[in-house]
Design a binder for this molecule. Structure first.
Ligand code: COA
Length: 164
């Protein structure tokens, strides 16, 4: 390992501390997760975190199994450390396989072209487009921003999948 911050080692572990979960999700999502056509309350999904050697949280992902699909509700790398997002998705894949899932499904929005590039580079393919969905989600999850990446209005939900 060199001194480059991007080479910081980290580990992925379950997150069961509800207060910490709420605080971490509040960084980007606020209290209400509204996605995949419904709201998700604490307890209806599970979470994993990436922590560095000092225990600092680098990133978080949340997931829930629906029949033969494991939904990655959120995936966030809060740090500059490379590989956190991929490691979180790899762990979700392991959990999904253990629980009998056959695919991972993720959701992003029309503005979020970096995540569209990212997911497709990892092998995900677009399987659904819901024009205007975010405008409906916003009536429930009021924290959802109006303007997203590159100043693009956030309107549409885009779902992607990868086989397990
Ligand atoms: C999307 C996100 C989770 C990616 O996490 P990350 O830790 O930065 O990504 P990783 O380091 O694991 O990248 C894995 C691979 O994807 C590539 N990649 C990362 N971001 C990319 C991008 N914007 N475009 C293309 N490729 C990208 C990396 O180069 C890497 O490829 P490599 O292994 O061939 O070098 C992170 O950027 C993030 O937190 N974004 C904000 C939240 C978000 O939009 N989440 C997704 C919707 S819920």
């Amino acid at each position: 390992m060199g001194t480059d911050v991007n080479e910081t080692p980290f580990k992925i572990e379950p997150l069961t501390d509800t207060d910490l979960l709420k605080a971490l999700l509040a960084r980007r999502w606020g209290d209400d997760l509204m996605m995949f056509g419904r709201t998700w309350k604490i307890g209806e999904y599970e979470a994993i975190v990436a922590r560095d050697d000092n225990g600092e949280v680098l990133g978080i992902a949340t997931h829930a199994v629906q029949k033969t699909t494991i939904l990655a509700l959120t995936v966030d790398n809060f740090s500059a450390v490379r590989g956190v997002g991929k490691a979180l998705l790899d762990r979700i894949a392991e959990i999904g396989r253990e629980k009998g899932a056959r695919v991972i499904r993720v959701l992003t929005t029309n503005d979020n072209t970096p995540s569209l590039r990212y997911f497709q580079k990892l092998g995900f393919r677009i399987v659904a487009l819901y024009p205007g969905a975010v405008m409906i989600y916003r009536t429930v999850a009021r924290n959802l921003p109006e303007i997203g990446v590159d100043g693009i209005p956030v309107r549409d939900a885009i779902e992607l999948e990868i086989d397990l």
